[in-house]
Design a protein around this ligand. Structure first.
Ligand SMILES: *Cc1c(COP(=O)(O)O)cnc(C)c1O
Length: 375
């Protein structure tokens, strides 16, 4: 029996260690998708395993209305690491829930309903987040979704300025679109979004669920662009694979956020895993490492693949290779012939999101494999 939603691949995975996943028969796979970017410090990092195991033995769950050291420590850590004057933390269990909360808080605090989102954007699959997601395929047959969403072309500051008005509760966007094809935004564009939302009294929600936690070369992509949003969302790698998301919020929204809640909000096991993940990330300077090794990766890809692909683009260790034919056959050959796992982003982009612990030798192996499959 297998699940009915995901189409499974013919590779059973049994065990993980740092940048590798292993099948039961011992076959070793280089995980250059980090399993949907969920292993920023590598699979089963010993420090994360230890903190999580210790917490499982102590207490697996207590409701969020009783203070607990693992949860309180994560509130402090995230508030401390969040950009600028973002000081309030809401914890949940996934990326889509983090965005769902961001949308609810922004509507409540502004007393407005209109949301501006971007074409090719991806924000999750629950009804509210799905309404702000662009691709029709994800929405077919599920309507009506939460209404009052206007889509604007990503990267066009004039269109953004025109769409954001006195009725706008929030703009939601990614600093680099992930699912949409690995499309980075410029600092000028993100700053224009910041100005337009400030002028209109609307919230700027930056979805850093894929770009955050060092992936693009700074702890948050916002840091590198000199932008402090009103709300920043994170999830994916936050708990090194345990389900946890966070909505980081400025005071003016936190003070008037309305009624919200979740049974598992800040459960001690997930918060212990997240705390240890952030400790390793910051102590080992992994965002800076991602910047350096990402630059090496893009350089090597460009010189190896050259005219065989349309474009190599990205920031840090969030890299897209736009190929001239479908990405899926390439991903299959990479996995079956070279034991390299990566992700698609749409039909024609091979997406690389390795653990931030990868070294040049791993990059070289992946570039060789891609050269063999593509060129
Ligand atoms: C993955 C992702 C989400 C959704 O996260 P889930 O945990 O799958 O709900 C939202 N936004 C972005 C940018 C993502 O990459």
């Amino acid at each position: 029996m297998s699940g009915f939603v995901f189409s499974e691949k013919p590779i059973g995975i049994d065990r993980g260690e740092d940048v590798y996943l292993y099948a039961k028969n011992g076959t070793e796979y280089l995980d250059f998708g980090a399993s949907y970017a969920c292993a920023p410090v590598g699979h089963c990092h010993p420090e994360v395993v230890e903190a999580t195991t210790e917490q499982v033995e102590r207490l697996m769950y207590v409701q969020a209305s009783y203070p607990n050291a693992a949860r309180t420590a994560l509130y402090d850590q995230l508030a401390d690491l969040a950009p600028g004057d973002i000081d309030n933390v809401w914890l949940c269990n996934s990326g889509t829930e983090a965005n769902e909360a961001a949308l609810k808080f922004s509507r409540h605090a502004t007393g407005r309903s209109k949301i501006v989102a971007t074409m090719q954007g991806f924000h999750g699959r629950t009804m509210g987040s799905l309404a702000t997601t662009w691709k029709q395929k994800y929405k077919d047959g599920f309507g009506p979704l939460a209404g009052d969403v206007e889509f604007v072309p990503y990267g066009d500051a004039d269109e953004m300025r025109e769409a954001v008005d006195e009725e706008t509760a929030a703009v939601v966007l990614e600093p680099v679109q992930g699912e949409g094809g690995v499309n980075p935004a410029s600092s000028a564009y993100l700053q224009a979004v910041r100005e337009a939302t400030d002028e209109a009294g609307a919230a700027m929600i930056l979805d850093e669920i894929q770009t955050g936690l060092g992936r693009t070369g700074s702890l948050w992509a916002a840091d590198a662009h000199g932008v402090v949003p009103d709300v920043l969302t994170t999830a994916k790698g936050l708990g090194s694979g345990l389900p946890i998301g966070a909505t980081l919020v400025k005071d003016w929204i936190a003070e008037d956020c309305g009624n919200h809640g979740s049974t598992f909000s800040g459960g001690p096991v997930a918060t212990a895993a997240a705390g240890a993940t952030l400790d390793v990330l910051t102590r080992e300077g992994l965002p800076g490492h991602a910047a350096a090794i990402g630059e090496y990766l893009v350089g090597e890809l460009e010189s190896a693949l050259g005219h065989a692909v349309r474009e190599v683009r990205g920031e840090g260790l969030m890299v897209g290779v736009e190929v001239k034919r479908g990405a899926n056959p390439i991903l299959r050959d990479l996995a079956m012939d070279h034991q390299v796992l990566a992700l698609p982003a749409g039909r024609s982009v091979v997406r690389l999101l390795p653990p931030l612990t990868v070294e040049r030798e791993h990059v070289d192996a992946v570039v060789d494999a891609l050269e063999d499959v593509i060129a």
